[in-house]
Design a protein around this ligand. Sequence first.
Ligand code: CP3
Length: 335
Amino acid sequence: MSKITNCLIKKDTSCIPVWFMRQAGRYLPEFREIRSKNPNFIKLCLNSDLSSEITLQPLDRFDLDAAIIFSDILMVPYGLGQTVEFIKGKGPKLSEFNMKVFLENKEDNFTKKLNPVYQAITKTRKKLSREKSLISFIGAPWTLIVYMMGLRQDKKKINLENIKKDFKRDVVLEKLNKFLCLHIKNQMNAGADVVQIFDSWAGIIPDDEINDYCFTPNKKLVDYCKKINLPVVCFPKGIGVNYKKFLEIVKPHGINIDYDIDPKWAKDNLKNVCLQGGMDPKILFEDEKKINLEVDKYLDNFRNTPYIFNLGHGLLPETNPDILAKIINRVKSYK
Ligand code: CP3
């Protein structure tokens, strides 16, 4: 059993495993080098040799306890027939959502389209030692809907009235659930031993809709993971005190806290779960003394509770890789 699955399943507190969201990404010069020769991001994700190589880049440099497969949550909308582009400085842009096309999707075709992602997982697993996890991931239904329906224009507020007139919530959620379960299963069969569910936009769901758009869809996915014995970590970013309710309803093996969550509050309120992450990725731009203080704050706070060191969101492209090496050393030598 890897250190991370030990922590998630057995709630082992004897060591603090460490990995970082977006550990394979633009802050690494070796990633930028490959990326500069591959301007089409989706095509790069579908090149299993290159995506496996990118997945392993951070592990060649650092003593991390997991690799996270180099892919994207938007590969699922791609697999379901939307085109996905990444416009520099603007983020992702998807072709217009078409309900008819969406509902006509068949499982065989989806698996075929995303087959290179699964191949990349198999190739990576072969090169990774047993004590390291290979983490797969999906976007939660709400976060995918935000991108699929182009609701992301206004960062703070989302007007659900903007959702298309022919949008049938329960039908869309059901269909997404089916394909997300398939994507989870395909990734596990290919060699992934953990899955993380990113609900990056959960924080903008109106309070009276959070049950239907966040808790229930995440619970369905977590129940599926439990059924197939796959450890699962949820990340409902930005939901504040609703983290407590989320945990009581969804009950994943692990939960990643974001940088707005007070770690002390998390320790007191989020029980019977392995906690992960929390530290603000912007702290990594501060001087070493400040960084160390902040790292220690999380390590001291979560002493004797099952905890996986990570951040409260993904690593930023401006991060200095050498800082990461120092943080990992500090976590590993913490007594
Ligand atoms: O190292 C890893 O964490 C694994 C790879 C990974 C990527 N995206 C690669 C990527 C993971 C886990 C994701 C998840 C993802 N993708 C999320 C959830 C986490 C979060 O950040 O909230 C979301 C919302 C997306 C959608 C997405 N993909 C956006 C908004 C962007 C553009 C913004 C940006 O940071 O550039 C991407 C592109 C993307 N996905 C990059 C990487 C390395 C950058 C691509 C580039 O080189 O330009």
